[in-house]
Design a protein around this ligand. Sequence first.
Ligand code: SF4
Ligand code: SF4
Length: 152
Amino acid sequence: MKFLVLCNHCDNPPCVRACPTKATFKNDDGIVMMDFHRCIGCRFCMAACPYGSRSFNWRDPRGSKDGVPFIKKINHEFPTRMRGVVEKCSFCDLRVKKGLKPLCVEATGDTKAMYFGDLNDPNSEVSQILRERFTIQRKPTLGTKPSVFYII
Ligand code: SF4
Ligand code: SF4
C-alpha cells in the first residue's frame, strides 16, 4: 500500500515555534506556510518537525544541470524559490484562495481517494467523513494535532 506523507499542517506546529524569523507561520486558514524571503536557511524547523515534512534547497530549484532544467514548466504565480531555503507542502494555498482544491486532491478526480475542506465547519464534507469513517493521524501522541487524517 502507498500513501502520501505530506506536511500535516499541524494545528500545534513545532516547526513554527522553532523558526527564529517567522518565515514559517500558520495563516488564517490554518495552513502552515513558508515565506521564502524571510527564511535564513537555519533548518531549525526541519529539526523540529517530527514527520520529516520539510526539505532544504541545496541548489536552485529553477536551475538546470547539463542544460536540462530541474523544472520543465515554471509556474510564475508561485513565489520565486531559491537555493538555501526550506520548502514544504503549502496545500496549494494560492489555489485554495481562489476556491480551488490542492492539486494532489484534484488529481485524484472522482476516485474519492482524497478530500480537502474546512475542519472547523461541522457541516463540511471532511467533518462529516471524520464523524462517519475510521481515521488515523500520524504520531498523534506528540500533541502536534495533525490536520491530515488517513481513512482506514
Ligand atoms: S508536519 Fe512538520 S512541517 Fe508540517 S506543520 Fe507539522 S511540524 Fe510543521
Ligand atoms: S530554515 Fe527558514 S523556515 Fe526553517 S527555522 Fe530557519 S528561518 Fe525558519
